[in-house]
Design a protein around this ligand. Sequence first.
Ligand code: SF4
Length: 192
Amino acid sequence: MKHLLLHSCCAPCSPYVIRKLAEEYRVTVFFYNPNIHGPAEYELRLTEIRRLCAALGVELIEGGYDPDRYFARVGPLAFSGEGGERCSECFRLRLEEACQVARQIGASVVATTLSVSPHKKTRQINSQGRSAAGKYEGLAFLEADFKKKEGYRISCELSREYGFYRQNYCGCIFSKAESERRDNTDPAPPRG
Ligand code: SF4
């Protein structure tokens, strides 16, 4: 069975993907999200992924929380808006780290939960993952769209069952500000 390192953006997006991938791979979860704004929010999301991995009996590797690194890479693109260059660089930063850790632990495949969110562009995620993994011989990025085949709906149901905290913005300070500007009556699904 191949060893896969799954980058997790947050707990609500993870249980469906972990279950699905565990059918084919030995899965290790990797939480590396320096994009998350503020230590309190970061701790909240980290606590939830710890809880999920403990419940599923899956190994969790906790990456460092280094928002300075995020701002150095993504800050110049801050105002390109959600879905733009800012997010491409944010995906790239996180997936580059995942690929590096995968190599260190001997995993041969990397994947991410990011595509569960209906707010994210799968092609944009897969393009960054493919490129990041391409720097390592023998490392593959699993290109997937986990929101499809009811993936998003099932993820929401599982998230409710686990009672996870669900954020209403993606993670960075820019997405938080954008969320606050959105109409409060917008029934859009939670953003992960
Ligand atoms: S909106 Fe989300 S994906 Fe885009 S830069 Fe912010 S945290 Fe990263």
